[in-house]
Design a protein. Structure first.
Length: 353
């Protein structure tokens, strides 16, 4: 791998106690170009702007996918990733759907390890601190032909983070008009456009006092599918319920890890569609105990209440919530605090050869 190191690190200028999510980036980035039908030799470069022709395909047709993962540092300065194989497989699944060539596994892991070894000082110890890793790939060919590009750029950038959403109660609005994904579409892919399409409906929800939207099925807005940019979980009585994976649902790494941890901890799980009618009737009869979102960025995000048909429903606080229990268990595995019965942790070798 070609490597060019930054002449001077920016790290001494960073206020690690006041980080906003995804605003600051480390000193280096990983870059690999797809040209002439193959991925060329990857490079690690000083973090920098990239120059693109205004006609570049991604600006016009949105052929782009991304991933989100995190690196954690334990008390002994060892650096860990959490199930990185899952992110690798998913970016290629997303790429395939967007007609982007798949990325070689050895480039992905060698690039990631080298980047983390070089920028390891940016990973701060302590639960909550981590390095958010953003691999992404986009169509980089110049020209406005509406066809799959012949050239792509695969890049990995890293951002030190503390926690994602601001604290405070989160209320979500159940989607009655807009949809995030439809059958046969790209909902299961981490396609850039899936996120772009959420911004407008989310801004309308914000005006009505909701931080996020619970996305419902595009056919009848009857079943609850995702929460904002996260997968969604419900606790009805003592059962943990989440939507099954389909071509409309992102196969979240946090989602599937939470399901496994819950089962391992003796919590009864149900992977099945949950309707808005069932949500409201369980709320009315008092069996709806919790709703929470799950994703890499925030891990677990408790939802205090929801809005539907101009009515706001608020959940009572619960002692020993599933959200905090499951969050603690997953975080303890991620930070090498607890045993890892599932073999999910991946240690990054941070000594440079
Ligand atoms: C996540 O929850 O990890 C996400 O996908 C959010 C990300 C788009 C910032």
């Amino acid at each position: 791998m070609n490597t060019i190191l930054a002449q001077k690190s920016k790290i001494s200028n960073i206020d690690f106690d006041n980080l906003n999510f995804g605003e600051i980036f480390t000193d280096h980035m990983f870059v690999c170009d797809f040209i002439n039908g193959k991925w060329s030799t990857p490079e690690i470069l000083p973090y920098q702007s990239i120059q693109l022709d205004p006609s570049t395909s991604v600006f016009h047709y949105g052929q782009a996918v991304f991933e989100g993962m995190k690196a954690y540092k334990d008390d002994e300065d060892r650096v860990w990733l959490f199930r990185p194989d899952q992110n690798f497989e998913r970016i290629n699944k997303s790429s395939k759907r967007l007609s982007i060539p798949e990325f070689p596994k050895e480039y992905f892991f060698e690039g990631l390890e080298k980047l983390l070894a070089i920028d390891k000082d940016w990973i701060r110890k302590g639960v909550g601190n981590s390095l958010y890793i953003r691999p992404f790939v986009f169509a980089s060919q110049a020209g406005v032909q509406a066809t799959a590009s012949n050239a792509y750029k695969f890049i990995i950038i890293c951002s030190p983070v503390a926690s994602y959403y601001a604290s405070g109660d989160v209320y979500v609005q159940v989607a009655e008009k807009y949809s995030r994904a439809a059958s046969g579409g790209v909902g299961y892919a981490k396609a850039a456009g899936n996120y772009a399409a959420q911004f407008y409906p989310t801004s309308l929800a914000l005006k009505e006092g909701y931080q996020q939207i619970i996305w419902t099925d595009a056919n009848n807005h009857e079943f609850l599918e995702e929460a904002g940019t996260m997968n969604i979980f419900f606790r009805i009585n003592d059962n943990l319920i989440t939507t099954p994976i389909s071509d409309r649902i992102l196969d979240g790494v946090t989602r599937k890890s939470i399901l496994k941890i819950a089962e391992y901890s003796g919590i009864k799980t149900e992977v099945r569609p949950l309707s808005i009618d069932e949500l409201i009737s369980s709320k009315k009869e008092g069996s709806l105990k919790e709703i929470f979102g799950a994703g890499t960025a925030v891990v677990v995000s408790p939802i205090k209440g929801f809005g539907y048909q101009n009515k706001k429903y608020t959940l009572d606080d619960v002692d020993e919530s599933f959200a905090s229990l499951l969050k603690e268990k997953i975080v303890n595995i991620q930070y090498n605090i607890a045993e890892d019965p599932f073999d999910w942790r991946y240690e990054v070798k941070t000594t440079l050869e």
